[in-house]
Design a protein. Structure first.
Length: 467
């Protein structure tokens, strides 16, 4: 057990392999049972992708389950290859992906569109990882357009739930109750105060579980209000249908998409990448916070290595199991939960890799257990709706703050609306035209005003008057 030999301030043991640092459970990191058990339950969130695959690609449940399981296996690559994160979906981009693929008729063309999208995103990410150009690509996009894309993704998430054919039509009462509970646990100032109270251990636990308490609440509420059946708990192991997946929904059965699908995917891929890069920046920020507390372990986060891994995941998944949620670099909510436990000290979690690795081993185990899968099967649409609405809230907030002036906000609003209504091609085209017309030679730089500091300054002045 090499993990026992780590010296203060060193990285956890690993096997060097070029840009990667291979770490295996038990050998290179201690298995963390609390994180494994949490992962066992949180696989319910991963299962929410089944609703998207069924709704937009017409996949049967067991076929969609096969995609989720394949994606779960590739989640393990991050910590095994040295990326200290809990990976997840590219959740803010789900509405962008839905908008893109639904432009095509359901059937082979829609599958071709999804394959082209995910393969293009994967190769693009790998190229940026190899060349180290990720920062430059994102900085070339004006703040107004970045703001509009992220803002539009958030609005699109809300529209996908409440719009025609959305999940709210089927589960209005359940979603209303459960999203209220989820927002209270996640964003309420009152609940945050309770969590900080030393006597509020139960509330702290609820907050650390993300949207899982709301999903379990939906399991009870939906049958009580007549919006779903009570779960038919089954025992044994789940039954993913890989044969049908590969024969009817991949290049093995359908062939390679025509070039036109790849060309049409480029604007939506660029829009999605802006969201992905935001997750990369978020990862760096979260790990920097933990570095201050846990000086006993050096945690090496390399954005280029991260690009190679999630780019590789998307490339491979596009071939063996195209997925509507894409393969993202970070599950922010659970990364925060694990990091908070990591901060408690070496006794609580010997190594960050132990925590994130054990969590993802847990989710993979949960996907194979039929009791867990059958428990949440009736309310998977609710789980998806909760995920999208919370992400919508966060994306709108981040999107607005990405703007640096009132003019940026004006452009962003139009870009966001066009993204939701017409798609990424229109959004980028109109955004570029507006930036040229409004900013001219300052196209890339834009302008900065006091839009986001005005209220803060006024509040400070008010406080001075009171004092």
């Amino acid at each position: 057990m090499k993990w026992k030999n780590r010296q203060f301030g060193e990285e956890s043991p690993y096997i060097s392999a070029g840009p990667f640092k291979i770490r295996l459970p038990i050998i290179h990191y201690r298995f963390e049972w609390p994180d494994f058990v949490q992962g066992l339950l949180m696989c319910a969130v991963d299962l929410g992708a089944i609703t998207l695959l069924s709704q937009h690609l017409g996949m049967p449940f067991d076929v969609a389950l096969a995609v989720v399981i394949l994606n779960g296996l590739f989640y393990l690559l991050h910590h095994i290859l040295g990326d200290p994160v809990i990976p997840g979906w590219i959740t803010p981009a789900v509405p962008l992906i839905v908008l893109f693929v639904t432009q095509f008729e359901e059937g082979p063309d829609r599958v071709y569109a999804l394959v082209a999208f995910q393969l293009t995103l994967g190769i693009f990410s790998i190229l940026l990882g190899v060349t180290g150009l990720a920062n430059k690509v994102v900085h070339l996009v004006p703040n107004a357009i970045k703001s509009g894309i992220i803002l539009g993704a958030g609005i699109g998430a809300v529209v996908s739930v409440f719009g025609e054919g959305g999940q709210f039509e089927l589960f209005p009462i359940t979603i209303t109750i459960c999203i209220g509970f989820a927002f209270y646990l996640t964003f309420s100032r009152q609940f945050e105060k309770i969590r900080k109270n030393k006597k509020g251990f139960l509330f702290t636990l609820l907050g650390n579980l993300g949207i899982l308490p709301s999903i379990f609440l939906a399991v009870i509420v939906a049958p009580l209000v007549g919006e779903a059946k009570w779960p038919d708990i089954q025992w044994g192991f789940s039954h993913p249908d890989f044969a049908t997946l590969w024969s009817e929904y991949t290049v093995f059965g359908l062939g390679i998409p025509a070039w036109s699908f790849f060309v049409q995917a480029i604007p939506a891929v660029l829009a999605t990448y802006l969201v992905v890069f935001g997750d990369v920046l978020k990862t760096k920020a979260l790990l920097s916070e933990s570095d201050v507390v846990r000086k006993d372990e050096k945690v090496d986060y390399n954005p280029n290595r991260a690009h190679l891994i999630f780019g590789g995941r998307n490339t491979i998944m596009s071939i063996i199991g195209p997925d509507m949620t894409m393969c993202g670099p970070l599950w922010a909510a659970m990364q925060v939960v694990v990091i908070e436990r990591f901060k408690e000290g070496k006794k609580a979690m010997n190594s960050l890799f132990g925590g994130i690795g054990s969590f993802r081993w847990g989710t993979n185990t949960g996907l194979l257990l039929l009791p867990i899968v059958s428990l949440v099967q009736p309310i998977l649409s609710v789980a998806l709706a909760l995920t999208l609405l919370i992400q919508g809230y966060v994306s709108v907030r981040i999107g607005v703050m990405q703007a640096r002036s009132q003019r940026d906000l004006g452009i962003a609003g139009i870009v966001a609306a066009l993204l939701v209504i017409k798609g990424a091609s229109w959004a980028f085209a109109v955004g570029i035209i507006l930036c040229v017309l409004i900013y001219g030679k300052d196209f890339f730089k834009g302008e900065v005003d006091n839009t986001f500091i005005k209220d803060t300054l006024e509040q400070k002045d008010d406080m001075k008057e009171v004092v």
